[in-house]
Design a binder for this molecule. Sequence first.
Ligand code: SF4
Ligand code: SF4
Length: 295
Amino acid sequence: MKEIVVISGKGGTGKTSLTAAFAGLAGKCVLADCDVDAADLHLLLQPQVRERYEFSGGGRAEIKAEKCSKCGLCRQICRFDAVRYSADKKSFPTVDPLACEGCGFCAIVCPADAIEIRPAANGEWYVSDTRLGSMVHACLRPGEGNSGKLVALVRSRARKIAAEDGSAYILIDGSPGLGCPVIASVAGSDMAVIVTEPTISGEHDLLRISALTKHFRVPTVVCINRSDINPAIADRIAAVSEAQGLEVVGRIRYDKIVTEAQMAAKTVNEYTDGLVAEEIMTAWRRIITLNKGRE
Ligand code: SF4
Ligand code: SF4
């Protein structure tokens, strides 16, 4: 079983469309949507949720009024200014759940043992059926952190399902950018496919994200999406990739039929057998060949 993670330096490069198209071409596979801050693979694949779980990545302080002596210490020591306390101390202090980081310091210093750190409900994750196979996906609540932990959970479950049902591939839709969820999506995978586009920022982002995959020693290839919107920069990205030891496995043209496929909730290759679909297929075949070569 091979874990292929599709990533990009920023959003909007077509990463999710390509992940779904690759999954459709992969045959038996498991999908993992690790873009937990802005998951959208479900929009294309319309999963039927079969398991639903709460995700708690940390804690939240809760003050028990019946024990509190209103000493105000928790308010003084909280570095996140999460304890709300009226100046006259007439009411009991309360904790702002959006500001509390769950560090637990207030619970340690409280002389009345009035503070408890309870698991926070940061989001949900799901195991679903789709027409392309099982999918593990998640939804982090707005403003919640610990997305790396949630990504690790999603990947772990996807691996378990793939092992049980004998899937040859796990296709991971990684987060855009370079943060914690991206690291959690990339580390330990068998191959990273960087989706970029021929723009100055695309070139810059490619260098940053390839430094990350190199750091984690993940074999990496590049796919230049909408390559014909600026062939000169596409050529330059290909040259930069080559200089970094990264093979360009595909150059995929701009075609408005890709948007039409999205609107119809289909993968590109389900929707059309035109040139753009052929280019995606060529890229996927090369990815398979490279992975088989390393078995
Ligand atoms: S430190 Fe404890 S006793 Fe003091 S105000 Fe806070 S919750 Fe109440
Ligand atoms: S757990 Fe930490 S962040 Fe939350 S209220 Fe207590 S001291 Fe502040």
